[in-house]
Design a protein around this ligand. Structure first.
Ligand code: GDP
Length: 527
């Protein structure tokens, strides 16, 4: 195996999907603890609160108790390199989450054992299904009263339409939680409470049919045997191929707060989840082991650290190797750029990075030239596919409080639109600025960031727009005809694309009927 193939084989890049409060932050912390990225659990949260104190935008995040920012964390584990991509949990940020999920090779689904499958879990699973992303499941909070585990697995299968194969099975819960039984390996992994914040040796009892197991389970023993018989009869056996095709999820049980079971999940990701996969581009399929570098930008984020006021473009490497100081071709601009200062997110701190391989995420300093969906290569004109923009469903007209600041407003909105924080439309017929969003909270974030970062205060007004459609037409003459007729409702978006702003659903269907040569797109792939 070449050095590069060996590096690719070591990589695992995944995200956690869950409903708010299921325990994503707590698990992230325990994963970092295991990767020795932090020494004591608790530091992730405290860093979050430092940031909260310094920015209004973060202040808002704190008040609403939601996670707006996405971050990337890299840490080593068992001779492997793990890239963990955090996704925002609130439904208003579905676009951002969607794009983050285009950059991973697998996902960890976390369920609250007391609640089971919740709405946000369903929505995120649907996104994963679009790419058949393999899913590992973790049922959390076994230190509390949970629902019947068999019922939970049934719910996963019925609601999420994926086969569930338990790898471990819980022994009791709440005050009786004794650990989990590994079905295939016939061993008990013993739960030792009170070690939530540190790494400890796992205590294992070999064989359920042993005196030690009987002693550990006590009164629960006989019932557990019965339950196990039921489980083994009714549940699917794990099938790795089905897992890799996204048709089956291995299920683990534990408590993130108690730091129990998270290591089994990480082992599963290392042992079974795919290494960086090949990626589709318009021109061809790109293999991760190819020698030449390539990658795409899936997210742009401002102000991650109040001390650095720049914006960072997050790039997933698809092939080749990044080396400090290398030259990359910015394909959309057709320009070569020298990248000397890419960032990695090792142990959740920014660090200067010397090299990186397929599956890794690197951060590029962006001074306004990088957009979501941009591809970088060593010269080849490639464009990676599958990183769409969605037509917004909510619209507001922006009203500036101080008319002298219109330049700052435009610049701010342009940059926030490039980041994907909002979409911006400039109508052809007047000087209005219209914002589009998928979730209503996005408008508040934009207003608060405009104030904080661009010193511009604005208010919103309702506007009569139902949806937006990106316009495409190969026939220049037809397009001109359409543009003349539809002038009143046409605008240009932040990326310079012609857009039709439909006042009503009926209006849109009429227009589609009347103009069969014009394509009205509800999603726009970058470029
Ligand atoms: P997120 O919204 O998914 O990031 O959830 P958090 O990790 O912030 O957890 C939500 C709440 O559940 C917090 O109060 C956690 O302390 C708590 N929590 C997380 N995991 C467990 C667990 O295993 N047991 C118990 N009892 N509480 C947990």
């Amino acid at each position: 195996m070449s050095i590069q193939a060996a590096e690719v084989a070591k990589r695992r890049t995944f995200a956690i999907i869950s409903h708010p409060d299921a325990g994503k932050t707590t698990i992230t912390e325990k994963l970092l603890l295991m990767g020795k990225a932090i020494a004591v659990a608790g530091t992730v949260k405290s860093r979050k609160s430092d940031r909260h104190a310094t920015s209004d935008w973060m202040e808002m995040e704190k008040q609403r108790g939601i996670s707006i920012t996405t971050s990337v964390m890299q840490f080593p584990y068992r001779e492997h390199m793990i890239n963990l991509l955090d996704t925002p949990g609130h439904e208003d940020f579905s676009e951002d989450t969607y794009r983050t999920l285009t950059a991973v090779d697998s996902a960890l689904m976390v369920l609250d054992g007391g609640k089971g499958v919740e709405p946000r879990t369903i929505a995120l699973m649907e996104v994963c299904r679009l790419r058949d992303t393999p899913i590992v499941s973790f049922i959390n909070k076994l230190d509390r009263d949970i629902r019947d585990p068999i019922e939970l697995l049934d719910e996963i299968e019925a609601v999420l339409k994926i086969k569930a194969a338990p790898i471990t099975w819980p022994i009791g819960c709440y005050k009786d939680f004794k650990g989990v039984y590994h079905l295939a390996q016939d061993k008990i992994i013993v739960y030792v409470p009170g070690h939530g914040h540190e790494r400890i040796e796992t205590k294992v009892i070999d064989k359920l049919d042993s005196d030690e197991a009987r002693a550990h389970l006590g009164d629960l023993y006989d019932n557990f045997l019965e339950e196990l018989e039921l489980v083994q009869g009714a549940c699917h056996e794990f099938d790795k191929d089905a897992f890799l095709k996204g048709e089956m999820t291995p299920v683990f049980f534990g408590t993130a707060l108690g730091n129990f079971g998270v290591d089994q999940v990480l082992d599963c990701i290392v042992d079974w989840a795919p290494q960086p996969l090949e990626r589709g581009a318009h021109e061809r399929t790109v293999a991760p082991t190819e020698e030449k570098f390539s990658g795409f930008v899936f997210k742009i984020q401002a102000n991650m650290d109040p001390k650095h006021r720049d914006r960072i473009a997050f790039m997933r490497i698809c092939s080749g190797k990044y080396e400090k100081g290398m030259k990359m071709r910015h394909v959309r601009l057709g320009k070569d750029v020298k990248i000397a200062d890419a960032l990695t997110f090792f142990s959740s701190e920014r660090e200067q990075l010397e090299e990186a391989f397929a599956g890794d995420i690197i951060g590029l300093h962006n001074h306004g030239t990088i957009q979501i969906g941009d591809t970088f290569t060593e010269g080849e004109a490639l464009g990676f596919t599958g990183i769409p923009h969605f037509a917004p469903e909510l619209f507001r007209r922006v009203r500036l409080k101080d008319p002298l600041k219109s330049k700052q407003l435009r610049q701010g909105l342009q940059e926030l639109a490039e980041e994907g924080a909002t979409q911006v439309f400039f109508p052809e017929r007047n000087n209005d600025i219209i914002l589009g969003a998928v979730g209503v909270l996005q408008f508040d974030v934009v207003a608060s960031r405009l104030k904080e970062e661009y010193k511009v205060e604005c208010a919103y007004e309702q506007i009569n727009v139902w949806s937006a459609r990106w316009i495409e037409c190969k026939d220049e003459k037809k397009l001109k005809e359409f543009k003349d007729k539809a002038f009143e409702n046409l605008s240009v978006d932040g990326g310079g694309h012609l857009t039709y702003l439909a006042p009503t659903r009926v209006n849109l269907s009429l227009m589609e009927e009347r103009w069969p040569d014009i394509t009205f797109r509800a999603t726009r792939e970058h470029h």
